[in-house]
Design a protein around this ligand. Structure first.
Ligand code: ADP
Ligand code: MG
Length: 284
């Protein structure tokens, strides 16, 4: 005689990482993060003891010159470094979960769903041979394995519309090369947001765009944040951009935080000479 047990019907879901979203602390907490690469030429200490936090609904701007460790910091949060050649220490907590030391498959479950990244170059994130809409739909299905094709398509069309792409149902079937630079950047934002991540990291998302489109993308990020209440990290080398859209700012120099505080405070009374230099290029 078999026992009568409630057997879940439908496709089996992958095991979920337990939800820990009710914690009181900031959504993202980084403490004393150090990232070190072992290279043939020796050890590179790309990030050397950086701490910061971002709450839901807030934007942290990270500024610093090229090579100061901004991208290495964000890739560490998303678990995208090559584990063999990278040593990461410190704490990275996302929604109450400690990420440093998690296994790759555990991080993969969070990536895209709880945290997502917008890169500088959409073409590095979009595959040239698949339609834009299909790639967004697939990104949705990775974290919603029970969703059928039709549901994923309608979700992707919805997101394309939300990021301001006209005629989203028609655009769904077009390929990346049929999109302008600004539209591609919007499509990548749609892909990053398709699973409602609570943490969004935008790494120089407007650097390749002209000034008008840049302003539109920044407005879009602000609107989407008001709607989704996500925690946002905006990486840029432009302190003017930070002063427009961020609540807090972290200034990085040679792998360290040389300045950290509210945008108001840092812009009013910068402590570090490097920040003075950055400020001189900001229209008052
Ligand atoms: N995979 C890697 N191996 C070795 N060094 C790296 C690697 N990735 C980045 N670096 C070095 O780490 C430093 C910080 O890089 P990065 O975070 O990309 O700077 P940025 O602030 O411009 O984003 C740079 O000196 C860079 O050359
Ligand atoms: Mg970078």
């Amino acid at each position: 005689m078999g026992r009568s047990e409630a057997v879940p019907s439908g496709e089996p879901d992958r095991p979920e990482v337990p939800e820990q979203r009710s914690g009181d602390g900031p959504y993202l907490q980084v403490r004393d993060l150090r990232v070190r690469f072992d290279t043939e030429d020796g050890v590179v200490r790309a990030v050397d003891g950086v701490s910061f936090a971002v709450e839901r609904g807030r934007t942290l701007g990270i500024v610093g010159e090229s090579g100061s460790g901004k991208s290495v910091t964000s890739l560490a949060i998303l678990g995208l470094h090559n584990v063999k050649r990278t040593t990461i220490s410190g704490e990275i907590s996302v929604g109450g979960r400690q990420l440093v030391g998690l296994r790759e498959e555990e991080i993969r479950r969070l990536r895209g769903r709880d945290m997502a990244m917008i890169f500088q170059d959409p073409l590095s994130a979009l595959h040239p041979y698949y339609s834009v809409g299909r790639q967004i739909a697939e990104a949705y299905r990775v974290h919603h394995p029970r969703a059928g094709k039709r549901e994923a398509r309608s979700r992707a069309v919805d997101m394309l519309g939300r990021v301001g792409i006209p005629q989203p149902a028609k655009r769904f079937d077009q390929f990346p090369h049929e999109f302008s630079g600004g539209m591609r950047q919007r499509a990548m934002i749609a892909m990053a947001l398709v699973n409602d991540p609570d943490l969004l990291i935008a790494d120089e998302p407007t650097t390749a765009l002209d000034v008008t489109v840049q302003a539109q993308i920044l407005d879009l990020l602000a609107d989407l944040q008001a709607e989704f209440r996500s925690a946002i990290i905006l990486i840029t080398h432009d302190l003017g951009v930070v002063s427009q859209v961020a609540d807090d700012v972290l200034v990085m120099y040679a792998g360290r935080a040389v300045e950290h505080g509210s945008v108001e405070r840092v812009l009013r009374a910068p402590q570090h000479p490097y920040t003075w230099g950055l400020l001189s290029s900001v229209p008052s």
